[in-house]
Design a protein around this ligand. Structure first.
Ligand code: UGA
Ligand code: MN
Length: 259
């Protein structure tokens, strides 16, 4: 089965480095279709050129987060959810593509899976083989998240019975975005399911999952959720002290060089 990976991304100094790292992981994954959704009013040349040269099968979309929903300079990062509108745009494309498919292609899509991969996390290749066969929603541990070494679904007798998390364990689904995949069939048969851009901190994943499954339906992967195969890494914001100082003297780095 095919894996459709939806990645929200936005312009910043480390964007091309993040996309480079991510694309090099995906190049090792068979049958992967990358849906890149820019948080921008139009496709940027950086991402357009990057994807064209990537060697991957991809779809390039864009959807600007409305200003009242976007973090402003100086806001704490937890204030508003990130990537919600972009993931919804990816889902819209998938549903449209799924509805238009016919015959063999439609049959193949019945088995496909959808994963939401942020551009800054670290993904093992094994993770994609774990998620590849997903009936409704599959789940697994995520490392370095939520102020913990890892968070994970706790499995008893092959079923998820609760979640190991340090914070608000009573959320409907206390799972990071990186910790689940959903079948395309489930996305298609629940056309209303989407991410709530107004969700309060920590509830973005639940806003999508609670309309799709119950805890009982979850399919535990990664050796019954005992293996960490994805890490919620975050890239440090580069300091531009010297650049700013040089720029004041007219000696800044050539703006025509893409970084
Ligand atoms: C955590 C989760 O891992 C995210 O999946 C979740 O969206 C986020 O919290 C949240 O609560 O909204 P975190 O590392 O804090 O992740 O979020 P980022 O990695 O900064 O952003 C998630 C994705 O959205 C990234 O792919 C990023 O490129 C994208 N993003 C971020 C945008 O498209 N626009 C923005 O303004 C910011
Ligand atoms: Mn992140």
């Amino acid at each position: 089965p095919k894996i459709y990976v939806i990645t929200p991304t936005y312009a910043r100094l480390v964007q091309k480095a993040e996309l480079t790292r991510l694309s090099h992981t995906f190049l090792h994954v068979p049958q992967l279709h990358w849906i890149v959704v820019e948080d921008s009013p139009h496709p940027t040349s950086l991402v357009t050129d990057f994807l064209a040269a990537s060697g991957l099968t991809y779809t390039h979309l864009h959807k600007l987060t409305p200003k009242d929903r976007k973090l402003q300079e100086g806001d704490p990062s937890w204030l508003k959810p990130r990537g919600a509108e972009q993931r919804n745009e990816g889902l819209r494309w998938l549903r449209e593509m799924g509805a238009a498919a016919e015959g063999k292609e439609a049959a193949a899509l019945e088995e496909a899976v959808v994963y939401f991969a942020d551009d800054d996390n670290t993904y093992s290749l094994q993770l994609f083989e774990e998620m590849r066969y997903t009936y409704r929603v599959s789940v697994w541990p995520v490392g370095l998240v939520g102020g913990m070494k890892f968070e994970r679904p706790v499995v008893e007798d092959g079923k998820v019975v609760r979640f190991h998390t340090g914070w608000r364990p009573n959320r409907p689904f206390p799972i990071d975005m990186a910790g689940f995949a959903v079948s395309l069939r489930t996305v298609m048969t629940n056309p209303e399911a989407r991410f709530d851009g107004d969700a309060q901190m920590g509830f973005l994943e639940s806003s999508f999952l609670q309309n799709l499954v119950t805890m009982d339906d979850l399919e535990p992967k990664a050796d019954l959720c005992t293996k960490v195969l994805v890490w919620h890494t975050r890239t440090e914001k580069p300091k531009m002290k010297r650049e700013d100082a040089l720029q004041k003297q007219g000696l800044g780095s050539d703006p025509d060089v893409e970084i």
